[in-house]
Design a protein around this ligand. Structure first.
Ligand code: OAD
Length: 246
């Protein structure tokens, strides 16, 4: 069990202010205050939807129209949303930190819109689609989302360019994290708004911790990763991050 400082927010803010190297992992919780629903929890998307129907290659093969209807709805939400103070604080942190890497499981593009650059969207982006035959990538603006299932301008079936259950995450993201952790251990690892259920997320947090990083978890609710964190900040990300990164 980890030691939690008496003032986890103050201690994490001090560590961040002096950090040479910071690794950040985010999940759906950071976009909750932008109005994007999370997956798990009381109001989570997986409460009323079956992930294997909507977010797996098998589900898409069975019913591409159903999957596209759900994605078209989520694309609409994302396009209407704006980055919140949590995303903005991370963009500031990147500018102030010599070595910085942000890994997000989110597909909403809000980190990029807030100004984050050294960023890997490890589960892809809802703002791109991919041809099911050629793997060619299309920005969502180039496609007609009114015609479901969505097709490429060439008439072939398109799919969201996201990582589904049963698929592997992008190799470039693996390479970037490996290089980041191998070159120089991070001083601080921030884990924000994720239930941390995936083994690769847990693995990266554990490696950062073993390499000597101060690991802090920002989450409104208890999360399994909190046990390996030296600081647990039980606050909404949109409130905690501007305090951590003024
Ligand atoms: P989850 O929905 O599993 O978890 C969201 C986490 O954010 C929970 O731990 C909440 O307690 C926390 N949370 C909610 N609101 C918050 C707030 N305002 N501030 C801070 N924390 C908050 O989302 P992820 O962990 O991102 O994958 O889920 C991981 C992956 O599972 C997603 O990328 C998606 C999903 O299935 C795929 O689609 C492949």
């Amino acid at each position: 069990m980890s030691h939690t400082p008496l003032d986890p927010l103050g201690e994490t803010a001090r560590r961040l202010a002096g950090a040479e190297s910071v690794l950040v992992l985010t999940g759906a919780g950071i976009s909750a205050e932008s109005g994007i629903p999370t997956f798990r929890g009381r109001e989570g998307l997986w409460k009323n939807h079956d992930p294997m129907e909507l977010a797996s290659p098998e589900g898409f093969a069975r019913d591409p129209a159903l999957v596209w209807e759900w994605y078209a709805w989520r694309i609409g939400l994302v396009q209407a949303a704006r980055p919140n103070p949590g995303h903005e604080a991370l963009a500031r942190l990147e500018k102030a930190t010599p070595r910085f890497l942000l890994l997000t499981q989110n597909v909403d593009g809000l980190h990029r819109r807030a100004g984050s650059e050294n960023l890997h969207e490890i589960h892809g982006s809802i703002l791109r689609a991919r041809c099911t035959e050629t793997d060619r990538i299309y920005p969502i603006e180039d496609l007609d989302l009114e015609k479901i299932p969505v097709r490429t301008p060439e008439g072939t079936l398109a799919r969201p360019d996201v990582v589904w259950f049963g698929e592997t995450i992008r190799m470039d993201a693996y390479g970037a994290v490996e290089a980041f952790l191998a070159d120089q251990p991070p001083d601080v690892c921030l884990v924000i708004g994720t239930s941390g259920l995936f083994a690769y997320i847990q693995g990266w947090v554990l490696r950062a911790r073993r390499a000597g990083a101060f690991v802090a978890d920002v989450n409104t609710d208890p999360s399994p990763l909190a046990q390996v964190c030296q600081a647990v900040i039980r606050q909404p990300a949109g409130e905690a991050l501007p305090r951590l990164i003024p």
